[in-house]
Design a protein around this ligand. Structure first.
Ligand SMILES: [Zn+2]
Length: 53
């Protein structure tokens, strides 16, 4: 029972795709840390620029 609930709260980091356990139900964590958040945004920005060039 408890395992099923914890599985639903596991999300992959958008930057490195590691599984993250969700401690807060109202604000899902999407990155390991803030640097992965920055890295993911930079990667998206660079990818967009590369497509335009
Ligand atoms: Zn990460």
């Amino acid at each position: 029972m408890g395992d099923f609930a914890s599985q639903n709260r596991t999300v992959l980091c958008k930057s490195c795709h590691r599984p993250l356990r969700q401690n807060r139900r109202w604000f899902p964590q999407q990155y390991c840390n803030r640097w992965h958040k920055v890295r993911h945004r930079v990667a998206e920005f660079v990818g967009g620029v590369m497509e335009n060039v």
